[in-house]
Ligand binder design. Structure first.
Ligand code: SF4
Length: 172
């Protein structure tokens, strides 16, 4: 039986959560409480609705036009075990880019290499990291809300041991 994931909702053909057409999953639950957050309805871990890894995997596989998946929220890293299972399933069946948004920084997510958070991070391709900071808000940024947030190439960063930003032109 596949794991349950608590979600606020999904969009199966998003063009605003990363380059190309993406399946966006808005996870439910976030404790960061960033002032000015655009998705306050995603904060309560008891809000939203339950779905399963299997349901989401099937929905993703039904759309042949997708170029990627975006895990956003809410705080995806509050449900790392279920999302690990989901990402592993998606990776078995296709070559979709996996992006994840988080109120945690890359440094916070990589502190404990034994943690499920680290494992989830290591399975993904792109991390948009850090809390939304109202003072640093900019409407000119692509796919992110405030200037402190970075768009990180996860695999290159883990390999080199320091943050490497995405620089292929699609994300910025
Ligand atoms: S991390 Fe994201 S969802 Fe959570 S409070 Fe901050 S902006 Fe809102």
């Amino acid at each position: 039986m596949s794991r349950t994931i608590r979600i606020a909702g999904t969009v199966n053909d998003s063009i605003v959560d990363g380059p190309g057409m993406r399946y966006a999953i808005f996870t439910q639950g976030c404790h960061h409480n960033c002032p000015g957050c655009h998705n306050p309805h995603t904060h309560d871990p008891n809000g939203g609705q339950d779905t399963t890894v299997e349901t989401l995997t099937k929905a993703i596989m039904r759309n042949p036009l997708l170029s990627g998946i975006t895990l956003t929220g809410g705080e995806p890293f509050e449900q790392p075990e279920a999302l690990i299972e989901l990402v592993e399933e998606i990776k078995k069946s296709g070559n979709l880019e996996i992006a994840v948004y988080s109120g945690y920084t890359f440094e916070e997510l990589t502190k404990d290499k034994e943690s499920p958070k680290y494992k989830l991070l290591s399975l993904c391709d792109v991390l948009i990291d850090g809390p939304f900071i109202l003072d640093q808000r900019s409407l000119e940024l692509r796919y992110k809300g405030s200037r402190n947030q970075r768009t990180i190439d996860i695999q290159k960063s883990l390999k080199s041991g320091e943050v490497v930003l995405m620089n292929d032109g699609r994300w910025n």
